[in-house]
Design a protein around this ligand. Sequence first.
Ligand code: F6P
Length: 328
Amino acid sequence: MEKTFKKIALLTSGGDAPGMNAAIRSVVRTCVFHKVIPIGIYKGYDGLINGNMTEMNARSVKGIINKGGTILKTARSKDFRKKEFRKKAFNTLKSNDIYGLIVIGGDGTFTGGLKFSEENDFPVIGVPATIDNDIFGTSHTIGFDSACNTVMTAIDKIRDTASSHNRLFFIEVMGRDVGHIALNTGVASGAEEILIPEENLGLDRLVQSLKRSQKTGKSSSIVVVAEGDNTGQNVFELKEFVEKHLPDYDARVSVLGHMQRGGSPTCFDRVLASRLGVKAVESILEGKSKIMIGLQNNNLELTPFKKAIKGITKINTELLKVSDIMSI
Ligand code: F6P
């Protein structure tokens, strides 16, 4: 008997990001709209290997657009790095009559998706979701805006107590390799200094800047430090260094950690996720593969996985200047 309906599988993989659920909802409903059966894979590529999946419908994604995390769960699969397990995953898809795969995640997710697609000649499309915003081919990844708002709100609160006690705070934010969260939230919360992996402004400059803050009568100082900053020192070492050189400062450290990855997505992320999800399904149905859907100048654009993975996202250096001027 001839089959009427295609099946498309979807999964979330890597570090979760607010808005992943909105992307799942969008993919599922677009599938249903186009008379395709959406198959949700649990726990990222691990679920694909183990055949951990469920058939979804428009109602399976009700009430999730505003929820953080991912209803499909996620994982950083070690097994999927091995060819034998990727073959196993392919067999799962084939034996379930699945036509294509949509992966929602970051560069690790796309690297796995590309290998998988090349080895098995299987259509894979990517939707960029990571709070780090470090994917080439999109100005924004799903979750970045939400994480920035979470961080900004946290820093505003820290500012209250910092001002009350005339303290200096070193605040560590996520971003192992990139400083987008640090740079944007630093500007948005009026940080005195911002330390990011892409620039090494030197510790002398930090000391001079904090000295100036003291002289100009600031009641508090905030230094936003990206996880992978370029000073070679972690936040605790930075605090010690500054206390040694500026003993008048009463300094504290706050590591925001994984709270940055949770919470309800912002309006921007919900809209972005909804748009990318629709385009992902329509692209796979048009026969496209090994590409990521991204946002460029508010238009949806397709970028080959190869480029998205290898390309480097540049920080907006104008923001460094803005921060310098604002923190006089
Ligand atoms: O998802 C990206 C990220 O949040 C990075 O900013 C951070 O370094 C990393 O994930 C933490 O990963 P995990 O939750 O696996 O410790």
